[in-house]
Design a protein around this ligand. Sequence first.
Ligand code: MG
Length: 276
Amino acid sequence: MRRTLFLGLSLTCVASVAIAQDHVAKFVRYSYQNQVSYGVLDGSQIRVVDGDLFGDHRLTERTVPLDAVQLLAPAVPSKVIAIGLNYRSHIGERPVPTYPGMFAKYPTSIVGPGADIVMPPDAQSLHYEGELVLVIGKKAKNVPEAEARDYVFGVTAGNDVSERIWQREDLQWLRAKGSDTFGPIGPVIAAGLDYDDLLVQTRLNGEVRQSERTADLVFDVAAIVSYVSRYITLYPGDLIFTGTPGTTRAMQVGDVVEIELEGVGILRNQVAAAGN
Ligand code: MG
């Protein structure tokens, strides 16, 4: 099934390298010597991919050291969909949804590992939300649930940063969920994992605040992709945040928040005041 997924994405050559190692391929996007490229993580090295990972590309023999590059958000989406209330531990006393509740974030909310989460001056209650994020691999419209996993290129860790007061009081969640820097993702896109059973953990200043497996999602990966694609055409590189477990709390300027997704690694960002 994993091999089918890779072949379906026309990534045979990249995938075969990874499959020979541990069945999991880790893709990065990075800046090195003023040039932005995609690559495949190979230990402490990055094998350079020429072209667009989600379009025409070629895995080269060239390598650059991981510690010499700046990692960027691993995808540049045309759209960012998010699912709310998708873990019972987060739903609490509220009714469990009978269908996935969708909302939008903006491509301009997406930032990479190490980037600041910029707190707008009038934000008062800025919360983290550690999440599994799906990265779409091919155009998806009206995809049956049984085929939905084939449309997932891989997964990454995400922080669905949310201003709770705006979320409660604004007409829509655009500002609360879609403001600039409210969508950190990374550090890699991992392909070939069992996306339906990964540990998601959030640490605030080193303290574990959220910890749950994606097996507990109310709507799983296939259900989400199929449902979203009934209404919205998904394109390669598009992102779907799948919901956050447990409870959240407000972050302050200077706080360091880490989202660790099993098989993907640690996404680390610091909260900064606007204008810095
Ligand atoms: Mg969320």
